[in-house]
Write a protein that binds this ligand. Sequence first.
Ligand code: SP5
Ligand code: ZN
Length: 372
Amino acid sequence: KVFTSTLCTTLHTPAFEFLSGSETHFFESPDRRDVILKYLESQGDAFEVTERVEDFGAGPIERVHKQDFLDYLKTAYEEWIQEGGHPNGVLPGTIPHYKVARLGKLKAANCLAKSGEYCFDMSAVITKDTFKAAWNAAQVTLTAAKDLVRAADEYEKSVEAGSTTRENPPGLYALVRPPGHHAQSDICGGYCYLNNLAIAAQWLIDQPDLKSNADGGPKRIAILDIDFHHGNGTQEIFYSVANPLYTSLHSVDDYPYFTGSALEKGEGEGLGFNINIPLVQATTNDDYVETLDKLIQDHVIPFKPDYILVSLGVDTYKDDPIAGFLVTSEGYPRIGNSIRKIGVPTLFIQEGGYCIEKLGLNVGGILLGYMG
Ligand code: SP5
Ligand code: ZN
């Protein structure tokens, strides 16, 4: 079942970004959603698409993101324009790098200053509708998360009744943009503003449910981040908690450069619940799937999750214009199949993937592989 909204296409359309110092088109483009949707709709009745979006309000978003950051995102564009900023949108002027901030005692006074305080790179332009678009993406993801609870309950009942086996877990997909996994609790970057997956994960954990699992506590969630880039945002948000478990496969020496080491294992109660598996550039299908299977065996299954949340990026594709792995379109159904074999209800949430020509095929490959 696919959850999406036309607002994911029509809102947030920056004209350009900067890559390696040059002005290029905005790779995280609105047609990304359209080509994925078109592909899924071309697959007979394999996918049921719904544009029903429930309004969960600000509560679940405020559980993950800091209020001053949310206030900034909401008002940044308007202030930026008032200050004479370029209409393409807000980009950092000066970033309070820790080497500067160590001694600096001044607070950001205007939008040009805040743009650096609340953004860590040059790939998260804030346009007129960016806040609305990010808010909508979070609400779509929450709507899908709520349906995951329903689908999982139904699944449990039919397993108990013997009408299905543990090999057919339900799968849901939030086809959203802008993506989320680089967005930390109070900083945007990497095309991401609100961390859709983190908001959904925290909401699922917050749901009161006494009969939920063996120890009667909140639902246990395992995150599988299979985007090419490390999900620094999701890691930061959950770094000191033991639930959810965060696991990620990503490029060792690419963006966002400063996070994603295997040495980042979590802290306090969260120690041991942050698993980074960096992979070399030019990683192939076989190496990728083998590493994913091992990650699942060693970390995901022992965690005994009630739900799996997947940061679904297909920028691992061999022809992705901003990445560097060698995964092919034949690799994606294998990845989906590996996730299916965990046997746990799963919500896929769209992150990166920038090869427009093969984006639908590759995302569809993961979902169809999961469906078996
Ligand atoms: C959600 C997501 O995938 N965000 C990624 C944002 C990346 N932006 C900066 C990319 C810099 C790429 N540098 C080119 C290196 C080629 N190997
Ligand atoms: Zn990515």
